[in-house]
Design a protein around this ligand. Structure first.
Ligand SMILES: C[S@@+](CC[C@H](N)C(=O)[O-])C[C@H]1O[C@@H](n2cnc3c(N)ncnc32)[C@H](O)[C@@H]1O
Length: 274
C-alpha cells in the first residue's frame, strides 16, 4: 500500500485505514454480518428498526405532524435499517406522504449496496448536511458516531502530547507522541476539552457533525436519536479499538482490513447539544 505521508496524527491514520480510496476498509470490504467483521442491531432482528420507526412516527406527531419534513439516516451501512423503517412507515400514509427520506453516506461502495436494497423508494443521498432543505428534520444515527475518526492526547508534567502513527515501514507501524499546543487547539475548536482531564479522546469530525445538526434542529425544529456504544462520565478514557472477524484485533496490523472504532463520551455530546 502506498502512502505519501509517513507520520500521521491518529485521526488521519484512522481516516486513511477506513476510507483510503483504494485500500480503505469501508471502500473495499463488506463488513457486516456473520461472514464479515461485525454485526449491527438492524442486521440481527427487524424488530430493532421497527421500534425506531415507531419512535420516528411518534416524534413526528409530537412535532405537530408537519406536512413536509426530512428523515435523515447518518451512515446507513448496508441499508437494512432504512429498508425496515420504510416498510413499517408505509402503513401510515399521511406520514409517508410528508416524509423526505435522506441518507448521508461516505462510502461509495456502501451507497451502491444501499441503492440496490432501497430501489423501490425515492431516497436522496447526500455527502454534506448543507444539502438538506430547511424543513423540520429527524436524524437517526445507529453506530455512526463511533465509526468517525478520533484524536488522542495525553498530559505529562503539565504538557500535552498528541498520538501519532509512524508508517515508515508499513508492516511495522508504531505509535509515537508529539508535543501539542492544547490552548491554540481549544481556541480553534471553541471548546475547553482539557478541563479536568489527563487524557483526551476527541472526534473533531463527530463533534462538528453534532454542532451542525444542533444548529439545523435549533433553526427548523426536529430531533436526533443516537444509538451507540459509549459512556456518560466526564472523565475521558482510551476506548480506541479494532475489530476483525468479530474479535478485537491490533490496530496497527493488517491496516485497511479491520474496522477501527471507539466509544462515545455521551457527557460531551450532552454538553454540545445543550
Ligand atoms: C459502523 S457502520 C454502521 C452502519 C449502520 N448504521 C448500521 O447500524 O448497520 C458506520 C457507517 O457510517 C458511514 N460513515 C462513516 N463516516 C462517515 C462520514 N463522515 N459521513 C457519512 N457516513 C459515514 C460508514 O460508511 C458506514 O455506513
Amino acid at each position: 500500500m502506498k502512502i505519501r505521508k509517513k507520520n500521521l496524527p491518529l485521526d488521519k491514520f484512522i481516516n486513511y485505514s477506513l476510507y483510503d480510496k483504494k485500500n480503505g476498509y469501508y471502500m473495499k470490504k463488506y463488513p457486516f454480518g456473520k461472514e464479515g467483521d461485525f454485526v449491527t442491531a438492524p442486521n440481527i432482528s427487524r424488530l430493532f428498526s421497527e421500534m425506531i420507526a415507531i419512535w420516528v412516527l411518534s416524534f413526528w406527531k409530537s412535532l405537530g405532524c408537519p406536512k413536509k419534513f426530512n428523515l435523515i439516516e447518518l451512515g446507513a451501512g448496508n441499508g437494512e435499517m432504512m429498508k425496515i423503517i420504510i416498510e413499517s412507515l408505509q402503513n401510515f400514509p399521511s406520514f409517508f406522504k410528508s416524509c423526505k427520506f435522506i441518507i448521508l453516506e461516505k462510502s461509495p461502495s456502501l451507497i451502491k449496496i444501499q441503492k440496490k436494497k432501497l430501489s423501490k423508494t425515492k431516497i436522496f443521498w447526500i455527502k454534506d448536511l448543507k444539502k438538506i432543505k430547511k424543513n423540520q428534520t429527524i436524524f437517526l444515527a445507529n453506530e455512526f458516531f463511533d465509526s468517525l475518526e478520533i484524536k488522542q492526547f495525553t498530559k505529562k508534567k503539565n504538557l500535552w502530547f498528541e498520538k501519532f502513527v509512524c508508517l515508515e515501514n508499513y508492516k511495522e507501524a508504531y505509535f509515537f507522541e508529539k508535543k501539542f499546543n492544547m490552548k491554540n487547539y481549544e481556541k480553534k475548536i471553541k471548546l475547553k476539552i482539557s478541563k479536568n482531564q489527563n487524557f483526551i479522546e476527541y472526534s473533531e469530525v463527530g463533534i462538528n457533525y453534532l454542532k451542525k445538526i444542533s444548529k439545523i434542529i435549533k433553526a427548523n425544529s426536529g430531533g436526533i436519536l443516537i444509538i451507540d456504544y459509549g459512556y456518560s462520565k466526564k472523565k475521558m478514557k482510551n476506548t480506541l479499538q479494532a475489530i476483525s472477524k468479530h474479535k478485537y484485533s491490533n490496530i496497527l496490523k493488517n491496516i485497511g482490513n479491520s474496522d477501527i472504532t471507539h466509544n462515545i463520551n455521551f457527557k460531551l455530546f450532552q454538553e454540545i447539544t445543550k
